[in-house]
Design a protein around this ligand. Structure first.
Ligand code: HEC
Length: 428
């Protein structure tokens, strides 16, 4: 049966693969792994990826790696890339060294110039988090829209209900190739710089103007949100400041703490936390996160502002006491990315904030630490002096309106990373 894998007829290869998948892999894996025939290797590997287990992962990839691309047909190349995908999906995680060698082999293939091949390559390179993909794919997303030639007239006749949207869509169709690539790349986290990120999100603005049927718009929004969730803090900050992404929508009025508050110190709050971190109230912690204004500047669990770092994983980066210290004394440690800059202008004005962008002699600075869209842009040549301020953009004393239980619920909320079932919310 392994012989049939070499057939030039795709249907026969398919049937042979399905049949072989029912046979113990130990009986046919060695034949596939020894073969030098392209079809046998490609289809055989796909079958083994489906039927085999993780110890086959590297031998299968090595065997695929023996194929000379230049000797393969377009169809065979596509199947080869799909076979690689299948091995990765079915047979488990790749470690760093395997990932590097796969990237070394696959990155040079993209872009291939063939649409179908490029779609498969983007899926694979996104999966492998290729650091060069963003840069190489962006020019393809910036291309003029290409309309798909398809006979939709028949669908139009079928049903008045979706006749309307389809008629509109035909007038203003999405570019399916761009759509496919941008959609896959929503999961790409590595290798972006801020300008590339900006260009990527601008593609969604362009695509929003195309018509793609009833759920199209929602679909795009969700894809953009996925990509935004994977963006770095710096990327999000710049995207909001430059108006590429709308800031998180915050409630118009924030809840009020019950109080009465008190002047907290790091030591005092740390001591309370060490004694009373059981039976805390998740919902109240979440409420205090808003009441103490944290939500305006910090994302947590996918929601919140972008002028400060995302705090969802802060519990993993800080010991409890250090986390408390970062909240009580924000100016004690300020990471480089969040330095407050002071621009003293020649005309005597002073601008204080975070610099988001400097191009062609123009400096753009976010001047309101609570709102990344409030920017000023000045000429570099009019800046008399530029200084770093020792004071954090995060205000101190935010906790001081909260009573002890409220303060502890807020700390517990941060420590839980957003999990309402975390130990600190269990009763004693
Ligand atoms: C006006 C905006 C703003 C508000 C409001 C704010 N923060 Fe911050 N926060 C920042 C900025 C900017 C930084 C980064 C600079 C620094 O470390 O001081 C920061 C840093 C932090 C850090 C250190 C994070 C890290 O990874 O280094 C923690 C923890 C933190 N804030 C918690 C809070 C909590 C809790 C609240 C609510 C009580 C809050 N922040 C309110 C802007 C804000």
């Amino acid at each position: 049966m392994v012989k049939q894998l070499a057939s030039t007829d795709r249907h026969i290869r398919y049937a042979a693969r399905v049949a072989l998948e029912r046979v113990a892999t130990s009986r046919w894996a060695p034949l596939v792994l020894k073969s030098t025939d392209a079809n046998t290797i490609i289809t055989g590997v796909a079958g083994l990826a489906r039927a085999g287990s993780s110890e086959l992962r590297e031998p299968l990839l090595m065997q695929l790696g023996t194929l000379q691309l230049s000797a393969l047909s377009v169809q065979q190349r596509l199947e080869l890339v799909r076979a690689v995908q299948l091995v990765l999906i079915r047979l488990g995680q790749v470690d760093d060294s395997l990932r590097d060698s796969l990237l070394g082999a696959i990155e040079p293939l993209f872009p291939s110039g063939d649409d179908m091949m490029d779609r498969e390559l983007v899926i694979l390179l996104t999966y492998l988090q290729s650091p060069t993909l963003g840069k190489k794919a962006l020019p393809l997303l910036a291309k003029e829209r290409k309309k798909t030639e398809a006979d939709f007239a028949e669908i139009l006749q079928r049903n008045k209900g979706y006749g309307g949207p389809i008629a509109a869509m035909l007038q203003n169709q999405p570019d399916l190739q761009q759509f496919h690539m941008a959609f896959s790349m929503r999961n790409l986290k590595e290798g972006w710089n801020v300008d590339q990120r900006k260009e990527y999100f601008q593609w969604f603005e362009k695509a929003q103007r195309w018509q793609g049927g009833n759920s199209y718009e929602k679909f795009l929004i969700n894809a953009a949100n996925d990509a935004y969730a994977l963006s770095s803090d710096q990327e999000r900050f710049v995207l909001e400041a430059l108006g590429v992404r709308k800031p998180a929508s915050l409630p118009k009025t924030l809840p009020e703490p019950k109080g009465p508050g008190k002047a907290y110190t790091t030591e005092g709050l740390a001591k309370l936390a060490s004694e009373r971190m059981k039976g805390r109230n998740f919902e109240n912690g979440k409420k205090m996160y808003a009441a103490a204004r944290c939500v305006i500047c910090h994302r947590f669990g996918g929601d919140g502002g972008a002028t400060g770092p995302d705090l969802t994983q802060a519990a993993g980066r800080f010991a409890v006491n250090d986390l408390i210290d970062a909240v009580i004394r924000p100016s004690q440690v300020i990471s480089d990315q969040y330095k407050t800059m002071v621009l003293q202008m020649e005309d005597g004005t002073v601008h204080t904030g975070r610099i988001v962008n400097e191009v062609a002699g123009k400096v753009t600075m976010v001047v309101n630490p609570e709102d990344a869209t409030k920017t000023v842009t000045v000429d570099r040549q009019d800046v008399e002096q530029e200084k770093t301020s020792a004071i954090s953009l995060m205000p101190a004393e935010l906790m001081d309106k909260l009573n002890e239980d409220e303060a502890l619920d807020l700390i517990a909320y941060l420590l839980s990373r957003g999990n309402p079932n975390a130990p600190m919310f269990q009763s004693k």
